[in-house]
Design a protein around this ligand. Structure first.
Ligand code: FE2
Length: 391
């Protein structure tokens, strides 16, 4: 049920469907649940006068529009994967566009408007709240030459999901999402010859590469980003044994959020397919990280992250024992090898199928044979995904 309210009546927990009235010509396409006061302030700054809210998506104890009062966050209403996936796909594209604009601003030493990534990561967390599987799926839809734009976006998604999995507060989830989204912004100051170098960097090149943490935190400090977020970003390459950078911090010197972002950053970086290297499959990547715990990564957090990602991560492809290829769309809470999948390709027939959902936990005969990647079957999965699934 839609209702138009003034900006003064907007409260945390409400779901903004669209903008009803605004001053100026700036185009705002906000859609999503309001999760913190900063988002309301940003909307006011952008000249929003009235909004259309969707009462059916409002969290249960959000205050009535007539009597604003203090609220606490409650679990939002979940929607189906099909309802969320098109929104998630659009958000993912928007996230890449914002990354590009931020890099351009930093390159040209132009001021960066932090309200934009803040609003974006607020919408990102709202999507995860409604259905985490949609955006998780998008982290698997990668383009080989967009690593720089996709990596920080994916870290934001994976980190917010990890934070939600370990039951951090709504504010902490928001903070981690923003930290992930901004964590590698300093990379734009690194020469392309080093940034995109295929293969191993020399010691000298590595020293230059390490400066991206310094450049990033410098830019963000100047913009007045909260100290706690700066700290998380500054720690994303620190390791518990003291062999990380830039400070070589050890053990307890590294914050909880710093330990979390280190795991997620590594996971996304090594699973990514690049122009010069194939991505490492998720299970192998998790094994590598586990082997590096507890000396580099926090073992308890790594175990939780493995549980959060699952044996067959959402968005990954699997071959079934009926000669079909399917995409994982939801983990099973108990049976980790029996997720909910969408079957979309026949190996025997060598053709695509209309996507059919199958709950492997309810199927006695059909099982996963193995995890696969699209290139093994010469599938243009990204094209198929945007035409047949994210619609
Ligand atoms: Fe980094």
């Amino acid at each position: 049920m839609l209702k138009t309210i003034s900006i003064e009546q907007l409260e945390k927990g409400m779901f903004v469907d669209s903008i009803a009235e605004q001053q100026g010509n700036m185009k705002i396409t906000s859609r999503g649940r309001v999760t913190n006061d900063k988002q309301i302030d940003n909307l006011k700054k952008q000249g929003i006068m009235a909004l259309v809210i969707d009462l059916s998506k409002q969290v249960s104890d959000a205050p009535p529009t007539e009597t604003p009062s203090e609220t606490t966050s409650k679990p939002p209403i979940e929607v189906s994967f099909e309802q969320e996936i098109a929104i998630a796909a659009a958000l993912h594209n928007k996230g890449k566009a914002i990354q590009k604009r931020m890099f351009d601003s930093v390159t040209k030493n132009l001021p960066l408007d932090l309200a934009i990534p803040e609003e974006f990561t607020g919408n990102l967390v709202s999507s995860i709240d409604r259905n985490p599987n949609a955006l998780l799926c998008m982290t698997k839809i990668r383009e080989k030459d967009s690593y720089l734009l996709e990596h920080s976006l994916n870290v934001a998604i994976l980190l917010a999901n990890f934070a939600s999995h370990v039951e951090l507060s709504e504010d902490e989830i928001q903070e981690l999402a923003l930290s992930g989204f901004l964590h590698d912004i300093g990379k734009i100051k690194i020469p392309d010859s080093i940034l995109h170098k295929p293969g191993k960097l020399t010691d000298q090149e590595m020293n230059i590469m390490r400066d991206h943490v310094f450049f990033g935190t410098k830019v963000l400090k100047e913009l007045g980003l909260p100290e706690s977020i700066i700290r998380t970003i500054s720690e994303h390459h620190e390791r518990l044994d003291g062999y990380g950078y830039p400070e070589g911090a050890r053990g307890d010197e590294i914050s909880l959020f710093g330990r979390m972002i280190a795991i997620v950053d590594t996971y996304d970086a090594i699973t990514a397919e690049r122009c010069y290297k194939a991505g490492i499959p998720s299970q192998k990547a998790l094994q590598i990280i586990l082997q590096d715990a507890p000396h580099k990564y926090d073992l308890e957090l790594v175990k939780k992250f493995i549980k959060c990602i699952g044996v067959y991560p959402v968005g990954s492809l699997v071959r079934l024992n009926n000669e079909k290829i399917a995409m994982v769309v939801k983990q099973h809470p108990v049976h980790s090898t029996k997720p909910l999948v969408k079957i979309f390709y026949s190996v025997r027939g060598n053709h695509y199928l209309k996507p059919i959902e199958l709950d492997l936990s309810k199927s006695a005969q059909i099982k996963i044979e193995k995890a696969v990647v699209a290139s093994e079957y010469r599938l243009d999965f990204n094209k198929y995904f945007s035409e047949s699934i994210a619609i």
